[in-house]
Design a protein around this ligand. Structure first.
Ligand code: HEC
Length: 150
């Protein structure tokens, strides 16, 4: 809902963005270098170019205010406090894949072991915006860390 651009996982959206971009490219005289420019590559380019929605901006703001001190601005948990508490790496693609929005919202609201609860601080709407921002932190592939280098 908030991430109409970057959550291009929704195929329909990708196709629509792709179609739009493609028609723009046609109007612009097709001056792209790449031959055989297709809807998929156009959609990829579009996902980077499009403006974040106000909700996405707010989600990021809330994340930076409430979460970044442990999880880091990039979500990797690579901050002094994050390392000390062993804050989870929110960019982990496997974790992102396996975990539902609802589950992430629950963790934020109720906390989990060393993770503090934000249910009193953030409204249900705010939590949803933070979840949407957490989704944008997903890494394309796992990081080369000690645990997955073995
Ligand atoms: C004081 C440090 C701290 C802050 C602030 C914090 N977290 Fe965490 N978070 C943690 C730690 C530590 C864990 C690991 C929880 C555990 O002990 O199992 C964690 C776990 C999580 C998890 C679960 C990951 C998993 O592996 O299942 C999510 C999601 C999460 N945090 C999101 C957030 C979001 C979003 C915010 C901001 C609203 C936030 N956290 C703020 C420390 C923090």
């Amino acid at each position: 809902m908030t991430l109409q651009c970057r959550r291009a996982g929704m195929k329909i959206v990708v196709i629509i963005i792709g179609a739009l971009l493609l028609s723009e490219a046609v109007l612009a005289g097709l001056d792209q270098k790449q031959q055989g420019h297709n809807a998929a590559t156009a959609a990829k380019a579009g996902a980077k170019e499009c403006e974040p929605t106000p909700e996405a901006v707010r989600g990021k703001e809330l994340y930076l205010q409430n979460c970044a001190r442990c999880h880091g601005g990039d979500g990797r948990g690579d901050t002094p406090l994050g390392k000390r508490l062993q804050a989870s790496d929110l960019t982990d693609p496997t974790w992102q894949w396996e975990t539902s929005d609802q589950r992430i919202a629950e963790i934020i609201t109720n906390g989990e072991e060393r993770m503090p609860a934000f249910g009193r601080k953030l409204s249900v709407e705010d939590v949803a915006l933070v979840v949407a921002h957490v989704r944008t932190l997903r890494a394309k592939r796992p990081h080369a860390t000690a645990s997955n280098q073995e």
